[in-house]
Design a protein around this ligand. Structure first.
Ligand code: GCW
Length: 682
């Protein structure tokens, strides 16, 4: 069982449909690899492993193109002149990391070729080809070109050096610092394979709440060992830089970014790292946020801090990912406004190897948030997306929630910052403002659990994150379909209902936790389960009561003109839309407005009744998810079936817990009965 769960979406189950198996066998008579780099060797190994497992026999590895129906793999430079000529047009269509999978007639013989500009691009092509087979697509006549739309497709591990993982719900950190650098766990290789298979090309190994020790030579030696494992898979290593590291490990008196000694310390540190790891990616920095040190400790600002570090890594081609997740208790009028207020004025001031990393919403990875107002508002600054794959506020690894639906909703949002159609996706992929540096980060949900992610379906969130980082325009239905086929089965009777269940799961969690725009009412600290009543924390903006503001008159956070005016941070079209309760999308109503318990919703219900019915709907949706899952036993292995079944039972119990706790709590303000259709708390 561990093996099935462990293999993620790279199951390579035997193809059971005889017609399809025959077609595949016919088209893969042999494999010819034209290159011989480490990455090329990985490509051959992946093909051999995947194909023999799916077809039951090992394909012949040929040293040259002999006969027909070979699978030829090799990067542009390894192709012979004739092949280069034949493929020129296709190669011109792709970027450095793009690939071609094409049926060709070479010297009058039918062949299948997988190519790209370099060997990692070819590896991406290989994994995509294997996915075609895993999803039972025809390979008879292929003509595919595909390129990633963003440069940096990266996981952010919030892993501490003691192997605990901040907001990690899948065991301990994968990185076994004690055994590194000499012991290379097979897991590191499988991690790299899984990431490469979805096009992820970077990993930040350490928590943004950083420990400076990672930058000491003792640890850098270990980081180097990991970088060496990941390199053939096209994955660059990045680290978090604790801003006060010059003091903590450098014995300096200050970490002031304008201090010459500090500047030189970082320059030397960068040189030291690049000597070990020539393709080191750069640093991710959380500064002056939630108590982390930063340039403001020395009267400097984010630009000073980011640019100083940018100068240190620039000679080596490194980048700085500077986070915009800032808020302070000193300006607690509206936490949602703070990142924009602080960062927007810096537009155009960062060095060109700095990218500002912005969370998808202005508060903190809630089940639903309107898109962050910074997107589209800094035309001269590359902004990268930060999604959270780990489910901090969405039921940890206990609740089944398919996150690509959430990610897609954000990416599709229209910021209107450059007129209609200025979607967040276009900001992120650089097409809106022609940014050269682009990227998407995902806070990883991976740990050393047997199945990597705790919940078998949380694997889909890792997978979906990677697919969307590659192409932010993909839809979640496609991702769910692909993932299910690769992970479980190609049987339509399984795929259809389970894909629908996954798609529905995101709205379900919104409904039973935070419907109609409610947010941050999870129990405090750990963020698991309901806690709308909590109000005694030292920082006002950590208290759930700060966010829902329920009282006898109504509920919701007034961020309109009559309130904190957070709506003014959006482009005029969106501002207008959000500012008026009547036009504000109902899903965000209580995010932007404080409305009375009798407020009329679009369906004619009062706010109180509508809210209660949403909570009930969430519970019903989880029941329906259970019904769907209970029908799947005959299609999959009993281990994963049972595991998900038990998890869904817990989710059902906790959806009710959420409904009952929130409704009982809010009822003391509304003073109203529960409407017909809402189950009484037991
Ligand atoms: O979501 C909050 C988390 C913190 C986290 C912080 C951040 C790493 O509760 O655990 O710290 O955001 O994103 O920096």
């Amino acid at each position: 069982f561990a093996q099935k769960d462990y293999k993620l979406w790279l199951q390579y189950d035997r193809i059971t449909n005889p017609k399809i198996a025959l077609e595949y066998k016919k088209n893969i008579q042999g494999i010819v690899s034209l290159g011989n780099s480490e990455t090329d060797q990985v490509s051959v190994k992946e093909l051999e492993n995947g194909i023999s497992s799916m077809l039951g026999n090992k394909p012949e590895i040929k040293s040259e193109i002999k006969g027909e129906n070979n699978l030829i793999i090799g990067s542009q430079n390894s192709l012979n002149p004739d092949l280069q000529k034949d493929l020129k047009q296709d190669l011109d269509k792709i970027n450095d990391e793009g690939f071609i999978i094409k049926t060709i007639h070479f010297r009058n013989k039918k062949q299948l070729i997988i190519s790209g500009k370099n060997d990692v691009a070819v590896l991406y092509g290989i994994f995509n080809f294997l996915r075609l087979m895993q999803t039972n697509k025809s390979i008879e006549n292929l003509n595919i070109t595909d390129s990633p739309k963003t440069n940096i497709r990266i996981l952010n591990h919030w892993d501490n050096l003691d192997r605990t993982v901040e907001r990690g719900y899948a065991g301990f950190s994968l990185w076994n610092w004690q055994k590194l650098p000499d012991f290379i766990d097979q897991r590191y290789i499988d991690y790299a394979r899984a990431n490469a298979s979805i096009g992820i090309n970077g990993t930040v190994l350490t928590n943004v709440n950083a420990n400076a020790l990672i930058l000491t030579s003792q640890y850098l030696e270990k980081v180097e060992a990991l970088a060496n494992v990941f390199r053939p898979y096209g994955i660059k290593v990045y680290l978090t830089a604790r801003f006060s590291a010059p003091i903590e490990i450098g014995n300096l008196k200050t970490a002031d970014p304008k201090d010459l000694e500090v500047i030189n310390w970082w320059k030397n540190k960068a040189a030291e790292i690049y000597k070990r790891i020539p393709d080191f990616g750069g640093f991710l920095v959380k500064a002056n946020s939630e108590g982390q040190p930063g340039p403001q400790n020395y009267g400097r600002d984010h630009v000073d801090g980011a640019n100083m570090l940018a100068d240190a890594v620039a000679p080596f081609g490194g980048i700085i990912m500077w986070r915009a997740f800032v808020y302070s208790e000193h300006d607690a009028n509206d936490r949602a406004k703070q990142a924009y207020a602080e960062f927007q004025p810096y537009d155009g001031k960062f060095k060109e190897n700095v990218i500002v990393q912005v969370k998808n919403g202005a508060i903190d990875f809630q089940p639903r948030e309107p898109f962050h107002p910074l997107f589209g508002a800094m035309p001269k600054t590359p902004l990268m997306m930060e999604f959270q794959i780990t489910q901090e506020y969405l039921g940890f690894s206990t609740h089944l929630v398919f996150l690509p639906k959430l990610f897609q909703e954000v990416l599709e949002s229209d910021t209107y910052q450059k007129g209609k159609g200025s979607t967040v996706a276009k900001v992120i992929d650089g097409t809106l403002y022609q940014n050269k540096l682009t990227g998407i980060a995902g806070v990883a949900n991976i740990g050393n659990d047997l199945n990597w992610t705790g919940h078998p379906f949380a694997q889909a969130n890792w997978y979906g994150f990677g697919r969307l980082a590659w192409n932010p325009y993909l839809d979640s239905e496609t991702i769910a379909d692909e993932w299910l086929r690769c992970t479980f089965s190609n049987d339509e009777n399984f795929i259809k209902p389970v894909a629908a269940m996954m798609i529905e799961s995101r709205e379900a969690v919104v409904n039973y936790m935070t419907p109609l725009g409610l947010h941050h009412i999870m129990d405090t600290g750990h963020h698991y389960g309901p806690g709308p009543w909590v109000s005694n924390l030292s920082r006002p903006e950590w208290n759930p009561t700060y966010y829902h503001k329920a009282d006898k008159n109504g509920i919701g956070f007034d961020r309109s003109k009559s309130g904190t005016n957070a709506t003014s941070q959006y482009a005029p079209e969106i501002e207008k839309l959000f500012d008026n309760a009547a036009t504000c999308p109902e899903q965000d109503l209580l995010w932007f407005h404080h409305v009375s318990w009798d407020y009329k919703l679009k369906n004619g219900q009062t706010l109180w009744n509508g809210l209660a019915l949403k909570y009930q709907e969430g519970v019903n949706q989880v029941k329906e998810m259970q019904n769907v899952w209970n029908q799947t036993e005959k299609y999959i292995d009993s281990e994963r079936f049972n595991e998900v079944k038990i998890l869904l039972e817990i989710q059902q119990k906790e959806a009710k817990w959420w409904r009952d706790a929130c409704l009982l709590y809010f009822q003391q303000f509304s003073g109203k009965e529960l409407p017909v259709g809402v189950e009484k708390p037991t």
